[in-house]
Design a protein around this ligand. Sequence first.
Ligand code: ADP
Ligand code: MG
Length: 751
Amino acid sequence: MATVTLESPLSGIIGGRSAKALEKAFGVVTAQDLLEHLPRRYSRRGELTPLVGLPVGEQVTVVAQVLDVQVRRMQRRPGQIVEARITDGVGTLTLTFFNQAFRANELRAGRQGIFAGKVSEYRGAYQLQHPDYEFFDADAEVPGGAQLEEAAAKAWAETPVPIYPATTQMPSWTVARSVAMVLDALTDVPDPLPTQLLRSEGLLALGAAFEAAHRPRNDSDWRSAQRSLKFREAFDLQLALLYRRRQHAAEPSTPREPGALLESFDAALPFTLTGDQTEVGRVIAQELALPHPMHRLLQGEVGSGKTLVALRAMLQVAESGGQSALLAPTEVLASQHFRSVVEALGPDLAARLNPVLVTGRMPAAERRRALLSLASGTARIAVGTHALMSEGVTFYDLGLTVIDEQHRFGVEQREALRQKGAQPHVLAMTATPIPRTVALTAFGDLETLTIRELPPGRQGIETFVVPEIEMPRRAARVWERAAEDIESGRQIYVVCPAISGGKSPSLEEGELAADEAEATTAPLAGRAAAGTSAAGASAAGGPAAQAKRPLANVSDTVAEIRAMARFAGMRVEALSGDMPGPEKDQVMSEFAAGDIHVLVATTVIEVGVNVPNASIMIVRDADRFGVSQLHQLRGRVGRGAHAGLCLLMSTAEQGTTARERIEAVAATIDGFALAEIDLELRREGDILGTAQSGGRSTLKLLRVTHDGELIAHARELAGSLLDVDPELITHPGLAAMISREEEHLENLAKS
Ligand code: ADP
Ligand code: MG
């Protein structure tokens, strides 16, 4: 056999059939792929897996002992059934086999082994039908079977047994056997990490780490293997991210010096910049003037004045005739940004910079005009949606791309817009505070800037949970209070999780655009029972609180509020993502102008919408929203001279997680703290994209929720290494690793 390395295809080591089966099961192709398919946990031969509480319907792998076995004729059909019971010493689990009498000879009482199969329930008892199993006494490594020396027997019983993620076709021990063949065949495992780093971090060499992870002699073997491999994962990822960032940063781009345009804008500003705006603005101004592209992520609470910072950057770029593109996730936001850009510029600057709006839904003639002025360079600012990235859009000299609500876009989209210029500067913005470890991992190729300070004069926001079931009176009072505020000149938002009755919501987070991020799908049962008629609702003192009613939706809520006597003469309108663009814009601008008193909406208004006169945010079925989402929603009020009030209505009962989440939102206004809470409550996969059919798509041992320090430490080490050897000339192994990581990074950032 030829020399076996980590890059060798599995087929040459373990045979074509096994290789194909492994590829099908886990997407592994090379020796390295398989060695990185790590055990999920480790059992011991002497330590049986508890059999209580096994998840019905799921594939399990358990270590157990055969208790007894019996063969009987089937009652209704011809044939035999073998039933063996296995035990963990406490509970039992039945293994059943149809017409396989030979099983009874294998499944002798007292034998121990690993059993794998799908758990089902039959007449109240758990069973595995036609499970796979392997007995320990058949292990080649068991010295002497039953006549073990006492010490050897003890060692044998205590040796950890790796339990691999398995499928029906590919049980754990088959994986183990293939892994063993690969480990035996590998001649030399070069370690891409510098020896000095291995020593200073106390890491196992790569080959030794694989050996200890897959064939541990004791617990400390696999523990140190895991530690080493986890460090490597963090280090590889950070090195790749930093390398990519430095590559980008080294590319040439046009320096954009600030000048008269920015000066006259600043001179006309009706307020002074906050300290953070000044500081962040200084960093950005400096970097725009460098002959290399800036790549920055600007995070700051809603209303902290990010858009203003972005606009000042655009003015700096415009000084030398450069153009800027501001990309927003929805039509509503794009239109709003456009209006506020025009307004903030004032008539003189607006005439000189000629900002244009580009969306997919605008009339063809208008769009053509806008595209023409971008191509000729007469428009120096473009505001738009995804439409900005489409092929027909060309820029004369794109110098800066600003991406609002970065988390709603993927890396390729950021890339697509970047491609429209010669290395334009990139400013990505987000109002969803990103915990540091997530920022380092998912957005590690962007350097973060943060605005923590809000502009002065904000009145603050108070948040209360309104438990509809426990306190129906308080729920009724919500509508009373809303009406009072409207009477004193304010406006109200009401947010619902669904668009209309008969549609149940899909509240997945992280969709591309809020336009799509809304409710649709199958009807909910039991609508007739709910208080959906306007009369019923007002009788209960407002949209009714019912234990098992369908989710609150926009269209019913509009009808219910309109029917309340208290709201007579007030304008109540709906806004949802399924409405035609012009209609949405119409509603939004009427609300902004104060002509609509109550705006009942889905989460289309989640991000960036700015109506300073709005004072109350009412969220119905608030427990159906994510923690960060609620925080975003609350940020829509208290943006002007009036204090904000956020009322989180919910039927979730005290003590439930759902209730705890909304209580957490009510308890703190600190978006960063909430982002951390959100992180705790969400599964890892939700944050870094869901696992795609194995392969190298997601994190393996690393957990952004728990490994913050490790990630930060690895980043520091990776940075120092690149400082000394930016092209990794003395570390060819790491250079090769980085090109492999590229694909991995793309997947990570698609969250
Ligand atoms: P963000 O994009 O971070 O949500 P915006 O840039 O939309 O915030 O700012 C919110 C509001 O605050 C806008 O009306 C803006 O004009 C105003 N604003 C921004 N900076 C300041 C400041 N330094 N002082 C007072 N008001 C400000
Ligand atoms: Mg904004």
